[in-house]
Ligand binder design. Structure first.
Ligand SMILES: [Zn+2]
Ligand SMILES: [Zn+2]
Length: 139
């Protein structure tokens, strides 16, 4: 079992990520779609897909949830604005896509296994070696 801690910048939101087997129970991917670029304020989104129950908030404060018109739910800190996780309408009872940059030790422990929406990759952004490549769909 692997356990990770993380949270937002101001500390009102803290969480644990418990992976029952190995770090392979969280599948990290980049997403180059424009919706992720905007949400992350960067050149791509970087999340780890994991079972909903593996991610637990440990603080009394609960995240604010914004539901985008495409059905994507985004959980964030209402105080400092840090974006913690996202999930689509259909996945909401089963999965979380954790923003791995919010882990206390950063994203190094959960390196990416693939890339989505490579059709929208920024021109200056190279492919991540040894990862699967999907032109569009994210799931
Ligand atoms: Zn915060
Ligand atoms: Zn995306």
């Amino acid at each position: 079992m692997s356990k990770f801690n993380g949270g937002c910048t101001c500390g009102l939101l803290r969480y644990t990520l418990n992976l029952p087997g190995s770090s392979d129970d969280a599948r990290t991917t980049l997403c180059h779609c424009h919706s992720c670029k905007r949400a992350f304020g960067g050149a791509f989104g970087l999340t780890a897909k994991t079972a909903k129950d593996n991610l637990k908030y440990t603080t009394s404060t609960t995240p604010k949830i914004f539901v985008q018109n495409n059905g994507v739910h985004r959980e964030f800190c209402g105080e400092c604005g840090v974006f913690i996780s996202e999930y689509g309408e259909q996945a909401k009872n089963d999965f979380r896509y954790l923003c791995v940059g919010t882990l206390d030790d950063g994203s190094n422990a959960l390196p990416p296994k693939g890339e989505f929406f490579t059709i929208e990759r920024d021109q200056w952004m190279p492919q991540v070696p040894d990862t699967f490549q999907k032109k569009e769909i994210k799931n």
